[in-house]
Design a protein around this ligand. Structure first.
Ligand code: FO1
Length: 328
């Protein structure tokens, strides 16, 4: 495997949500030293549950980087026990959302640190360091932002739509409540302002549920547009079906063609490069998108797959950064 050819001093910013994004974030954490990578995570899925602040995407990324994640479930921890949830179920208190016993420990600690006045960024740093994670993991903002799903049953808070209703309602639209008044988190602002920024990698998470809340924060889209460093995205869809989660269903319900090209159109002029699966390469080439396309094997099953794709993204960003400017 060729070593990454990106300049060692460069810093990279990864934007991600839950499962799919966390896989690439793990690959990037193996391909880059801690000082060269900032992982900014969607926290529009966050919600207050039984007095606890649940941060699903932050916790999926944390558990994934700490090698504590449940290997199949896509959330929560491996080797978990469910004694507390069993009592909750017996007492009929909100049993629809399952918190494992070890996961509960994290939520109680986060609650205490937030109540002590620490920001979500500071709390996330404390948690990730305690789990042995050297790389910087940050929420997109320290302010409350909540994704609201407009459906045929009316507006639903995200976890109600996603977990309680198992994504069954028909999606009519999405709103990110609080985003317009929220401040991008310090680590996100620092990365966007870093003169050593070598590139931004939009990880293969659901664009509408996980990446758009980050892009909805005031100034983030414009800052990405103004960057001299390349912005690349990895397609979350292969051959018209989402690798994980309800992306394709949501796209169809939003009247969008569930394809890698539709996602590229969705990100629009933010992108300098787009990594798509080799299966989607012929269609994408015909689409005439004036975007640098890179066909790759983007399905990540093993750790090697995740590291390989991460290095492919870094080399792609580096190649785009060294392209002679077209002078436009
Ligand atoms: N997803 C479920 O489908 N069922 C659950 O009971 C559940 C519990 C849960 C607890 C903590 C946590 O961090 C995530 C949890 N998730 C659960 C996943 C979560 O709702 C979604 O994966 C994300 O919000 C989607 O990005």
């Amino acid at each position: 495997m060729t070593p990454p050819s990106h300049p060692s001093a460069a810093h990279y910013l990864a934007l991600c949500g839950g499962v799919g994004g966390a896989k690439l974030a793990l690959g990037l954490s193996h391909a880059l030293p801690p000082g060269n990578l900032t992982i900014v995570v969607n926290n529009g899925d966050d919600f207050d549950y039984l007095g606890l602040t649940i941060c699903p995407d932050l916790d999926t990324v944390t558990y994934t980087l700490a090698n504590l994640a449940h290997p199949l479930q896509g959330w929560g921890r491996d080797e978990e026990s469910w004694a507390a949830h069993a009592v909750q179920k017996q007492l009929q208190v909100e049993p629809w959302f399952q918190l494992g016993d070890k996961d509960l420990g994290l939520h109680l600690a986060r609650r205490a640190m937030l109540d002590a006045g620490h920001s979500l960024s500071a709390v996330t740093t404390a948690i990730t360091r305690a789990f042995g994670i050297g790389h910087r993991v940050s929420p997109m903002t320290d302010d409350p932002v909540r994704t609201l799903v407009d459906t045929d049953l009316g507006p639903l808070p995200f976890q109600d739509y996603f977990v309680r209703q198992r994504c069954a309602p028909v999606v009519r639209g999405l709103r990110y409540l609080g985003a317009d008044a929220a401040q991008a988190a310090p680590a996100l602002l620092a990365a966007l302002g870093d003169r050593q920024l070598g590139g931004v990698i939009i990880c293969p998470s659901n664009p509408y549920l996980s990446i758009d809340p980050i892009l909805a924060l005031p100034g983030v889209r414009d800052a990405l547009r103004r960057l001299s460093a390349p912005v690349i995205a990895v397609a979350p869809i292969v051959g018209g079906s989402a690798i994980k989660g309800p992306t394709a269903k949501i796209m169809r319900e939003l009247g969008l063609d569930p394809s890698a090209q539709a996602v590229a159109r969705h990100y629009g002029d933010l992108l300098d490069g787009y990594v798509i699966d080799a299966a989607d390469w012929p269609a994408a080439r015909e689409s005439g998108a004036n975007l640098s396309l890179l066909p790759a094997d983007i399905v990540m099953r093993t750790l090697d797959d995740k590291i390989r794709l991460a290095r492919c993204c870094l080399d792609f960003a580096n190649a785009l950064a060294n392209q002679p400017t077209t002078g436009n």
